[in-house]
Design a binder for this molecule. Structure first.
Ligand SMILES: [Zn+2]
Length: 344
């Protein structure tokens, strides 16, 4: 079969590999869609300390079951499935307290295990042990299902930031994650959703699809948000960009008792920002992070897509065969796509 393997930064090879066999407790799937994201770009450029090469990349996986490992029950060949990306151990103190997104022993598809840029992949027993293999609801395509993983992360972020009825929400960053945040905030009853980006072309492309109440661009973002909210500020701000400047602006534009989600992480060599602690104190602000998603978030993301609450089909702007995966990653890096999906 064909796979796309990471060897080292700048060296990803589409090559032949033997078809994998499921070990005890594993499930083998035929990958139908594996979508790409900014993380794939980061891995291709810089590698990742958890990846031991060569490693099949790809962690936004949907496909169908073709073979069951010894001892697996409840699944059949032909079952349509989606796979979690982050795999909690399910047994540590955090997991037992229901905090699977911050499991310190988390492993990942495409990092510790071969991922979805392949015709076939193995869903490890560890995934099944935490209910991380999800049956697709009726009426949802493999392409849409592959977007459930990023949507699950977005759902985790909005739960932590308590996005809800009547909120004025600012999303900073108009990539695929920003688009999903706009759609989910609407589904959760936000009053108005504003989308901001420093790249005017990407902002226009994304705004055209997700129709925010305003698309914001420019250096005076805080002023723009203050004007739009009659000086109150935004109830919630989500930074879906690896930008310390965006995080600092987010603090400035928060309304009283506003919530700020530092959804996107910062480069690890430059993670320190300036924070006026008195803003947090007097305005009673809440700053939250977000680290991936739990298996339950993935299942609920699939339901949100299947029910039509969060449409994703129109966010998939590019479909490429596995042979073109490098071009796909390059398109993501250039920011000229919303979602790029690989169809192995
Ligand atoms: Zn754990």
């Amino acid at each position: 079969m064909k796979v796309a393997r990471f060897y080292s930064p700048g060296d990803i090879r589409v090559e032949d590999a033997p078809e994998p066999s499921p070990g005890p407790g594993d499930v083998k799937i035929r990958v139908r869609n594996c979508s790409t994201c900014g993380t794939d770009v980061k891995i291709s450029k810089f590698g990742h300390h958890h990846i031991r090469p060569p490693r099949v990349m790809g962690h936004e996986i949907a496909g169908e079951v073709v073979e069951l490992g010894e001892g697996v029950t409840g699944w059949n060949p032909g079952d349509r499935v989606q796979v979690i990306a982050a795999i909690p151990d399910g047994t540590c103190e955090e997991c037992r307290r229901g905090r699977m997104t911050v499991c310190p022993n988390q492993e990942s598809m495409g990092y510790h295990y071969d991922g979805g840029f392949a015709e076939y992949t193995i869903v490890p027993a560890k995934v099944l042990a935490v209910d991380g293999l999800n049956r697709l609801p009726d009426g949802i395509g493999f392409d849409e299902a592959s977007v459930a993983e990023p949507l699950a992360c977005v759902l985790n972020g909005q739960e932590l930031a308590r996005i809800g009825e009547g909120d004025d929400v600012v999303i900073m960053g108009a990539g695929p994650i920003g688009c999903l945040h706009v759609r989910l905030a609407r589904a959760r009853g936000a009053a108005r959703v504003f989308l901001a980006d420093i790249n005017p072309d990407r902002l226009a492309m994304s705004a055209d699809r997700v129709k925010p109440d305003a698309a914001l661009h420019g250096t005076d973002l805080v002023d723009q948000v203050m004007k739009l909210t009659d000086g109150r500020g935004a109830d919630a701000i989500i930074t879906a960009a690896a930008s310390g400047a965006a995080q600092e602006q987010a603090l400035q534009m928060a309304a009283r008792q506003g919530r700020i989600s530092f959804f996107g992480g910062l480069p690890k060599d430059n993670p320190v920002i300036a924070c006026d602690s008195n803003l947090v104190h007097y305005r009673e602000l809440t700053i939250v992070g977000a680290n991936g998603s739990s298996p339950a978030h993935n299942a609920r993301a699939l339901e949100l897509i299947a029910s039509g609450a969060v449409p994703v089909a129109d966010l998939i702007t590019h479909r490429l065969p596995l042979a073109d995966v490098l071009e796909g990653i390059d398109i993501v890096a250039r920011g000229t796509a919303i979602k790029v999906t690989i169809e192995p």
